[in-house]
Design a binder for this molecule. Sequence first.
Ligand SMILES: *Cc1c(COP(=O)(O)O)cnc(C)c1O
Length: 492
Amino acid sequence: MYKSTRNHEETATASEAILRGLAREGGLYVPEVIPKLDKKLSELAGKSYQEVAYEVMKLFLTDFTEEELKYCIHSAYDKKFDTPRIAELVKKDGAYFLELFHGSTIAFKDMALSILPYLLTTSAKKNKVKNEIVILTATSGDTGKAAMAGFADVPGTKIIVFYPKHGVSPIQEKQMVTQRGENTFVIGIEGNFDDAQTGVKKMFSDEVLKEEMDKAGFQFSSANSINIGRLVPQVVYYVYSYATLLAQGELQEGEAMNVVVPTGNFGNILAAYYAKQMGVPIARLICASNENKVLFDFFRTGCYDKNREFILTSSPSMDILISSNLERLIYQTAGRDAEKNAAFMKALTTEGAYTITEEMKAQMADFYGNYASEAETAKAIHDMYEKTGYIMDTHTAVAASVYGKYKAETGDDTKTVIASTASPYKFTRSVMNAIDPSYDSQTDFALIDELCRLSGVAVPQAIEDIRSAPVLHDTVCETEDMCKEVKRILGI
Ligand SMILES: *Cc1c(COP(=O)(O)O)cnc(C)c1O
């Protein structure tokens, strides 16, 4: 069963938790116990991504039948990915880059969002849901496109995405506003990602709206990583990467590895933490932030304080000051005490800050936080290219830069996996400028061709698709009007 982080009485089965997205009172669903792997990692070594996915996900999604879960896995992880391995491990400059961007929208969000529509529609069937499901999503740039790609024309669903109008990369925006599908809606807001996420969470906990929706035959669910159906598929690739390194003889059985994760909403790194709880020998969880370094400060001081300037950076998918999934770690380290957690979250809403106890902080000792400035991020891209010819995107570069700081600080030479969260093609301008500032005078598509020439990596289909695609969405609204827009779309 799953429990809410804010109310110990609220429980749900896995499929109910996926359907609802968010628990009442704004709580997040967490499994009552994080399951242990029931196979040795050496048994998983050499297995396909789909096989490992089944072994991991069956332990979390306990009310899905084997047939249902395998159907979801095989429908998701197929030719939509441009590599049969789904996630690639590439060894460069002393680390293993776990390339999570081989899906249809070329960012790591595809790893979970290509399966979520199947998990959700299966959950709806299991629970005999009659309503049409309205996926309400806030995006810092990548979730929106990946969720729409997953849900486009899925019967019984609509998807509404809110993104910060002035806070995403040009390619991210183009990818979203050219989205096809009768059931897809994209709206830019005059605000930042936190405004979008707060607005969405508010609609989720609005009981009056919920009733109006129900009357009209609709109910909300979420494609954000607050949905457990997003988180569970993300655990898979940490298990898979360990198993792959075992199979390749890069790791010996039982040998520890570190992971470095470029972090925004804390979903990806939380998945690595869950993988560790399941029994993957992960030593340090290295949390890499950009200049919005609220998590770096948190891990140093124990005080989470969002009262600071919101900075727009070249890694926009990490421009976040309210990292929603941290709540699941807070709940866990507060002794799975919903009341205590709810008090911290209330302080975050009312004062914008909270401070955890020393005891909680001690339980987070495996986490190491640091950040990379804009200049350091660019330098990481530049230096990696000069040294190895490998071209990283800006988010991955934040992680690589932080890994450099970690190694210099600790001297730790444990084998390390760096989550590589986006294709450089998604952030072409920032990437090319980092390699040589004189590229800045060229057009986006000229830069794409030049990136292809330098990297020797073919231009992904996702980029080819937007070269000539017509803009199909152009709505922009104020943050206060998000609910009004939802009602307009639904005709209620
Ligand atoms: C979403 C995203 C991140 C941040 O992941 P979280 O799970 O929100 O911490 C990092 N990089 C890229 C490219 C992303 O799209």
